[in-house]
Design a protein around this ligand. Structure first.
Ligand code: PMP
Length: 307
């Protein structure tokens, strides 16, 4: 949870979270008219630094999300990065931390369009593993992923997470760890808040951007590691539901999920029902790069010295 005593950036000022006041009439609270990001900063004990992972890429996506829903940020990607570093310096956490930039329609008038004033807030919270990394049990959701023509799939909008919440809630109530979304056409899209990869006959495969996915930054990072370190190209192509059952490995990728192997889908074992070697190897490579322990990938992270 987010502590009231933490520093945040809100409405152009650095303020304690507990000092932020919001009207119940806030447009975004009523209509879901906001966009957000999730960024991780990994604690590197040996260096005494937080390593902010892929910060620029996240803010580039944030700016694109804003543009899609007519949110006017008034901040460049560079400024957003600088503000984030200042929030982290003020909070100085010595643990893995999640950073949440949120831009939203902050008008307190009733009326649903997008011609209202915008507010930017950035806050942080400690975050360890968001899901188990030792093998998830998933189910294909009866809720379809919202199509890009209804809610922009490649914008990370707050409103679209009702779709996520419905699917995850149903999965949890049925005893599964997470939900896998299909598109309106019945093709595999992504998991609740993570992209999906399968390994089949030695090929790494992931649904394309046209499958109503969020274009994940971890997805890109995994494709890079697979190519560069394991000589494994990723094929971006449509994935049918039953390919999930036929796959040798399935794993999920996301800032929160990190690299999360899936060992069971719809009560069927994936492969032999244990974590596969490719997912395991990618997990190891990813953490090494993300934590700032691998010089070759030093451009992935920005260090913040924590006193
Ligand atoms: N899809 C959805 C719907 C998500 O919420 C997330 C998490 N941001 C992802 C995919 C993974 O994206 P990323 O790797 O950029 O965190």
């Amino acid at each position: 949870s987010v502590s009231d005593s933490e520093w945040s950036y809100h409405d152009r000022e650095f303020v304690k979270v507990g000092d932020i006041r919001l009207s119940p009439a806030t447009h975004a609270l009523n209509y879901g008219t906001g966009v957000f990001e999730g960024i991780r900063a990994y604690w590197n004990e040996a260096k005494g630094t937080l390593q902010v992972l892929k910060m620029r890429e996240h803010y580039e996506r944030f700016v694109t999300s804003c543009k899609m829903v007519h949110l006017d940020l008034d901040h460049t990607v560079d400024e957003l990065c600088e503000i984030t570093l200042e929030v982290l310096r003020r909070n100085a956490p010595r643990v893995d931390t999640y950073i949440r930039p949120l831009a939203y329609k902050s008008a307190t008038s009733i009326g649903v369009n997008l011609q209202h004033e915008d507010t930017l807030t950035i806050f942080t919270a400690p975050m360890g593993n968001y899901v188990e990394l030792t093998g998830l049990r998933c189910a294909v959701s009866s809720f379809r992923r919202v199509p890009d023509n209804s809610l922009p799939a490649r914008a990370k909008t707050t409103g679209s997470y009702m779709n996520t919440a419905l699917a995850v809630d149903a999965a949890h109530r049925a005893g599964y760890d997470d939900a896998i979304f299909l598109t309106q056409n019945g093709l595999v899209s992504e998991a609740s808040a993570a992209n999906l990869f399968i390994l089949r006959k030695g090929k790494l495969i992931t649904p394309p951007p046209t499958a109503d996915i969020l274009e994940g930054i971890t997805r890109e990072a995994v494709m890079e590691l697979a190519k560069e370190e394991m000589d494994l190209d990723t094929v971006e192509r449509d994935v049918g539901r039953t390919e999930l059952y036929a796959a040798d490995e399935v794993f999920l990728t996301g800032t929160g999920f990190q690299i999360a192997p899936v060992v069971e889908i719809d009560d069927r074992r994936v492969g032999d029902g244990t974590v596969g070697p490719v997912a395991e190897e990618l997990q190891t490579l990813y953490f090494r790069a993300a934590r700032g322990e691998w010089d070759k990938y030093s451009s992935w992270t920005v260090p913040v010295q924590v006193p």
